[in-house]
Design a protein around this ligand. Sequence first.
Ligand code: ATP
Length: 247
Amino acid sequence: MIPKSHPRYKSLILREKIKNAYKEGYLADSGMIAHGRGEAFDYLIGEKTTPTSKNAIKTSVAMLLLAKNPVLSVNGNSTALAAKEIVDLANETNSKIEINLFYRTKKRVEIISKIYENLGYNNILGNDDKNLKYIDNIDSPRATASEEGIYSADLVLVSLEDGDRAEVLSDNGKKIIAIDLNPLSRTAKIADITIVDNIVRTIPLMIEYTKKLKSKDNKDLKRIIDDFSNENNIKKSLEHINLDKYN
Ligand code: ATP
């Protein structure tokens, strides 16, 4: 048991969740390493959502609300940290949820499907091997997608993902929202909107913004998107990692 008074309590709880996901068999060992990279960047941004990321989150919600077929792509890490919140966001924004795993095994897919089922979400996509298609005929596990989900999606939210996947999706004309604590990652650079923040803080904020923006006209939502520059967003996120503040 981690005592609540521990100065790194929140961070240690997330570590526990990741470790448990590995023990339960749905997170690959390299998923733990990816978590460690994220932890380091979270430390550097101060473990708080920056105003810059809040703006990226708000813009992402505007984009989700305007999309025709938005899909939230999930893997072992995002499921371990935020499965319930992902279901809530999907319901609020009328998005679909699809499993996409770098190290895909039948067992991992089954466990992850079950986690979402236990949360009352029965329409998870990407769990039927026979019906997966290859985006643009790219013969790579990174290009697999379900027909009604990512294959035909106009917008995909990826979190804690690697750059190859983002590249395939982007080359195929899909808009990409990425949740990635590393503003220097390939995914961060490829995405249309990069949210440089921890998924555990991002998704609840996205739900809050959805409630606020849902009643807005499409014109107002479009204006939010038009006013956003991802280049600027990444630049400001990098500026926030200012090591001088630790002196
Ligand atoms: P790329 O190929 O895009 O350059 P990468 O090789 O770093 O990225 P992975 O090792 O798969 O890709 O790592 C996944 C990414 O997820 C990392 O950039 C890491 O910073 C980020 N990450 C890890 N944990 C979290 C978290 N809790 N919230 C948001 N992002 C996270």
